[in-house]
Design a protein around this ligand. Structure first.
Ligand SMILES: [Zn+2]
Length: 385
């Protein structure tokens, strides 16, 4: 991303919400959504939704941690997923269903923003950014469920407890968490005796302290080393989908805009990808994130154009970089694939980093003053074939 402004910047403003989804939507959309959000205090064990019953409210946790549980006919509950400040409940409503597919319980008490489910459906239709972001979150949440299922089948209780405590800590934002052994047993789908054994083992290693319903994480890096690989896999998937390609540019734009406005205007160039407008089977998440970036740029162009801000995206195609070379080297049939790719470039070669840089600089110049809201392919004609 390239930014061009003229004066020294003012101090940055704090995020608009402690919920990560609400924090990254454009201020104009958040202002309208805010009227429909109510901040509520949730107590541990509160039941917010029940399987096969209509979902009336959806929740965006601020520091509460919520748990989705599958319930069998005898009323036995097993956790299938959990949600903290990185997400929301009520995905079935977003995807067009009306009933809950799992029980939603408060695992760790705290605050959340609550919205009427019907309002969510209506607002998601109206606000492009909001909707796209929630779809990305739905994708990341499915990864979490798949990984949890594999984890409970493959990994020992002690590693799973370590993982579960780390996830809780990430969401609550504190090392001390009020969690009973009974809750841990339900969440891990093991007997209480197993929780006692596992918690004692982690305590003996000096990783946690457990006293009267309060778990304290004493050695976080140690606890990360004691967990199974599932903790990192899920976290990396969340980061990969929502972080690098979309949240980063959202946040940089959000904090840079006041500076550019204070400077009397400026130009933002987002580095998107030709993948935003072409479909390559198997790269769904990457393509969605890049298409979202184009939309982010379009919104900035429309909403801030009158105040002197221009916003454009550059969509590079195949560019010769060290990364490109190492990927081709690592592939079994990398060079054959490269020839196939090349045949789809009317210009007969791949691009260079310098060519991308020159295009970005041009978009920042006064000569480009009438150019805004454009998504420009820089791909040797690849996307036109
Ligand atoms: Zn695991």
């Amino acid at each position: 991303m390239t930014l061009a402004a003229e004066k020294a910047p003012p101090a940055p403003t704090p995020p608009q919400s402690r919920n990560h989804l609400l924090a990254v939507i454009p201020a104009s959309e958040f202002r309208e959504l805010k009227a429909h959000l109510t901040t509520v205090d949730l107590r541990a064990k509160d039941r917010l939704a029940e399987t096969n019953r209509p979902i009336e409210m959806v929740y965006f946790p601020l520091d509460a941690v919520l748990s989705m549980a599958a319930v069998d006919r005898d009323g036995e509950a097993v956790e299938v997923g959990s949600v903290g400040c990185e997400g929301m409940t009520g995905l079935p409503v977003l995807l067009g269903a009306e009933q809950a597919t799992s029980r939603v319980l408060v695992q760790v008490g705290g605050q959340a923003e609550r919205m009427d489910a019907a309002v969510l459906q209506h607002e998601a239709r109206r606000h492009d950014h909001f909707r796209r972001l929630l779809y990305l979150y739905a994708q990341a949440f499915m990864t979490q469920i798949a990984q949890s299922t594999a984890c409970s089948r493959l990994h020992p209780a002690e590693q799973r407890l370590a993982r579960w405590l780390l996830i809780c800590r990430d969401r609550v934002g504190r090392d001390e968490m009020p969690i009973t052994q009974e809750t841990m047993a339900v969440m891990l789908a093991v007997r209480r005796a197993t929780v006692t054994e596992s918690a004692s083992a982690l305590q003996r290693q000096g990783l946690i302290r457990y006293r009267r319903g309060v778990v304290s994480i004493v050695d976080r890096p140690g606890l990360e080393a004691a967990t199974c690989e599932c903790y990192q896999i899920v976290r990396e998937e969340f980061d990969r989908l929502l972080g690098t390609n979309l949240r980063g540019p959202f946040l940089v734009s959000k904090f840079a805009l006041p500076h550019l406005l204070a400077a009397g205007g400026g130009s933002i160039v987002h580095l998107s990808s030709v993948c935003a407008i072409t479909v390559w089977a198997g790269d769904c998440a990457y393509d969605i994130s890049k298409a979202g970036l184009n939309m982010l740029s379009d919104h900035i162009a429309v909403e801030y154009g009158a105040r002197g801000i221009r916003s454009n995206t550059l969509m590079p195609g195949v560019i010769r970089t060290e990364l490109h070379e190492s990927v081709m080297e690592a592939m079994d049939d990398g060079r054959a694939f490269e020839r196939e790719l090349l045949s789809r470039h009317p210009i007969g070669r791949f691009g260079s980093v310098e060519e991308c840089a020159e295009a970005a600089l041009f978009l920042c110049e006064d000569n480009a003053h009438f150019l805004t809201g454009a998504n420009i392919s820089i791909d040797g004609g690849y996307s036109r074939v």
